[in-house]
Design a protein around this ligand. Structure first.
Ligand SMILES: *Cc1c(COP(=O)(O)O)cnc(C)c1O
Length: 389
C-alpha cells in the first residue's frame, strides 16, 4: 500500500508547507539568518506557552531530552519531589527524577483519570518539610487523559515548590497559561501538536527556575545545561549544532498555527477527539479516559473482551493503511489509541473510523457498519453549524 494515514499521538502527519520548509538549503547555525530564525521561533512560542516572563529555549532532542533537562537543571541528590503521574509518561518523569538522585513521593491517581486537585492540596499540606519540586503531566498520552491545569495550579498556590510540567502532547492543542498558573519549567516537543518532524524539544524556563539554577542546584549536566542554552540564546544561537532543518519546519508550522489562530486549532483538536469518542461509544466500545478528563489530542479506547488490540492495529496497518497507537506497559493489547494531532482532515478521521469498523468486524466484533462513522459525522455537522443564539 502506497498511502497511509498516521493517527499515532506523535510523530504526526506533517503538512506539505512544513515538509518543504525542512528541505531548505543548510545555513550557518552561528550566522545572522539562524539568529533571526531562532529569535522569531522563541518570540512566537511565548504566547503558545502563555508566558511573557519565561525564556523559551530550543534543545536538539526529543521530548524526553527536554524533560531530562528540566529535572536535571533544577533538582539533584536528596531533593524531595512530589510526582503526580497519571500514566506511562508521568512515570517516566518519576524515573528521570530518581536517576538524578531525587527522593520522589508519588501521588497516585487511577489511570484514565486526571489528578484530583483536592488530593494534591492534601498531599502538599501533609508534607512536613514541604517539597522542593512538583512534577506534573499536562496531557497523558498513554491513557488519553488530560489534567485540569488551572485547578492543579490552584492547589499549588501558596507552596514554594518549583513546578515542572510535561506538556509534550498538550501544548498548542489546548490553552496553556504558564505565567498565570505559576509553573516554572514547561516542556514541549516538535513532533506533537505543532506538527513538525521530531528533533526539537522546547523548554520554557521561568524566573524562579533561573534563580534556583543561579545557586548551582541540579545534577551533573553538560549537553542539557540550560544556563549554557540561555547564554547562547542571547546571541541567537544554541550551544551545540541544532537540527536546523527542524527549526525551519517549526517556523513554517508557527506560520500555519498563527494563520488558523490558536482558538481554532484548540477547537479542531477537541472536535476531532469528540468525534472519535462519539464513534467509539456508538460502536459499544468503552472510552478509557474518565468524563471530565478527556484529552483533546489522543483518544484511548478499550478493546472488547476476546479481541487483541495489537491484532486490530496490525490489520489496520497492513490492510487499510491506517496507523494507530496501542497500549503501553500494563495496557498492552487492551487499548488502542487514536491521535488527533497533525495535518489531518475531518475526512481522514471519518475514513480511519471506517477502517477501524472493518478491522473490528473482521476480528469477530459485531457492529452495524457505518455506526461509528455516522456518530463522528454528527459531531462534525453540529460543530459546523453557526452557534445557536
Ligand atoms: C511524546 C511524549 C513525550 C516525549 O516522548 P519523546 O519520544 O521523547 O519525544 C513525553 N511526554 C508525553 C506526555 C508525550 O506524549
Amino acid at each position: 500500500m502506497s498511502k497511509s494515514l498516521l493517527f499515532i499521538p506523535g510523530p504526526v502527519t506533517v503538512a506539505e508547507s512544513v515538509l518543504a520548509a525542512t528541505a531548505q538549503p543548510m545555513i550557518d547555525h552561528r550566522g545572522p539568518e539562524f539568529k533571526a530564525l531562532l529569535e522569531r521561533i522563541a518570540r512566537r512560542l511565548r504566547p503558545v506557552f502563555g508566558t511573557r516572563t519565561a525564556d523559551v529555549l530550543l534543545l536538539g532532542a526529543s521530548g524526553t531530552g527536554g524533560l531530562e533537562a528540566a529535572v536535571g537543571n533544577l533538582f539533584g541528590e536528596g531533593d524531595r519531589l512530589l510526582a503526580c503521574p497519571i500514566g506511562v509518561f508521568g512515570e517516566r518523569l518519576v524515573a528521570i527524577a530518581r536517576t538524578f538522585g531525587c527522593e520522589v513521593d508519588v501521588l497516585e491517581t487511577p489511570w484514565g483519570s486526571a489528578v484530583d486537585a483536592a488530593a494534591l492540596r492534601a498531599k502538599l499540606g501533609a508534607a512536613r518539610d514541604g517539597y522542593t519540586g512538583v512534577l506534573l503531566t499536562h496531557n497523558e498520552t498513554s491513557t488519553g487523559a488530560q489534567n485540569d491545569m488551572a485547578a492543579l495550579a490552584g492547589a499549588l498556590r501558596g507552596h514554594d515548590a518549583l513546578v515542572v510540567v510535561d506538556s509534550v502532547s498538550g501544548l498548542a492543542a489546548s490553552e496553556f497559561r504558564m505565567d498565570e498558573w505559576g509553573f516554572d519549567v514547561v516542556v514541549a516537543a516538535s513532533q506533537k501538536a505543532l506538527a513538525c518532524p521530531p528533533g526539537l524539544a522546547m523548554v520554557a524556563v521561568g524566573p524562579r527556575a533561573w534563580d534556583r539554577m543561579g545557586t548551582a542546584h541540579g545534577g551533573p549536566r553538560f549537553y542539557f545545561d540550560l544556563r549554557k542554552a540561555r547564554e547562547f540564546a542571547a546571541l541567537g544561537q544554541t550551544p551545540w549544532t541544532p537540527p536546523v532543518s527542524i527549526a525551519f519546519g517549526l517556523d513554517a508550522a508557527l506560520d500555519a498555527f498563527e494563520q488558523d489562530g490558536a482558538g481554532a486549532v484548540h477547537e479542531r483538536h477537541a472536535r476531532y477527539a469528540r468525534a472519535i469518542r462519539a464513534a467509539a461509544e456508538a460502536l459499544g466500545l468503552e472510552v478509557y479516559s474518565r468524563d471530565g478528563a478527556h484529552s483533546p489530542t489522543v483518544v484511548a479506547i478499550r478493546v472488547p473482551a476476546g479481541i487483541d488490540g495489537d491484532a486490530i492495529r496490525a490489520s489496520l496497518r497492513t490492510s487499510r493503511g491506517v496507523i494507530i497507537g496501542g497500549g503501553q506497559k500494563e495496557l498492552k493489547g487492551k487499548i488502542i489509541r487514536i491521535g488527533t494531532m497533525g495535518d489531518l482532515t475531518q475526512t481522514d478521521v471519518v475514513g480511519a473510523l471506517g477502517a477501524l469498523e472493518i478491522a473490528l468486524l473482521e476480528a469477530g466484533y459485531s457492529l452495524h457498519p457505518g455506526t461509528g462513522m455516522q456518530a463522528a459525522l454528527k459531531v462534525f455537522l453540529e460543530a459546523d453549524q453557526p452557534a445557536a443564539v
